[in-house]
Write a new protein. Structure first.
Length: 164
């Protein structure tokens, strides 16, 4: 699907069609990955069940609360319990990972779901605030610092203008 078609679908007014955000939370101490969709229904995409749950992505770029965060409604206490368990466990040096996807979902003429998933990146949870109504997770990109980056040898033969 082209970017034009993706944007067209996002602003579409046709019923049964839209652009959704998918979240997948994982941690080394959990046996399963927790999946959520910003919808009021649970939907199965690529044989994975995404629990419908209201959440929002907050992009705070100025002020005291700089950084990106996810605000998830604390309706399903299972995620709250698992997050607290991961923070208190012996694995707390390894953060909770969050994968974010955009999903184009529509129904065909026979009523079957047609979906396409677009990976938007893997993030790690760096801060946590849980209250009675909402879970606020501060997220940050996982940097690939451990990888070797190619180097270029700068010498007079290859780059004569550097050595004037």
């Amino acid at each position: 699907m082209s970017e034009f078609e993706l944007k067209k679908s996002a602003y579409s007014r046709y019923l049964g069609r839209g652009l959704y955000i998918l979240l997948e939370f994982s941690h080394s101490s959990w046996l399963e990955t927790y999946r959520f969709i910003n919808n009021n229904k649970t939907i199965t995409i690529d044989s994975n069940e995404y629990l419908g749950l209201p959440f929002k992505l907050l992009f705070n770029t100025q002020g005291e609360n700089s950084g990106t965060s996810i605000g998830i409604a604390n309706i399903d206490r299972q995620l709250t319990y698992k997050i607290r368990e991961a923070v208190k466990s012996s694995y707390k040096n390894k953060n909770i990972q969050c994968k974010i996807y955009l999903a184009h979902i529509e129904r065909d003429t026979s009523g079957n779901l047609i979906s396409e998933k677009y990976d938007r990146g893997t993030f790690e949870v760096i801060s946590l605030d849980i209250d009675k109504t909402q879970i606020n997770l501060g997220i940050n990109l996982i940097l690939s610092i451990g990888y070797n980056i190619g180097t270029i040898r700068y010498n007079k033969n290859l780059f004569p203008n550097l050595y004037l």
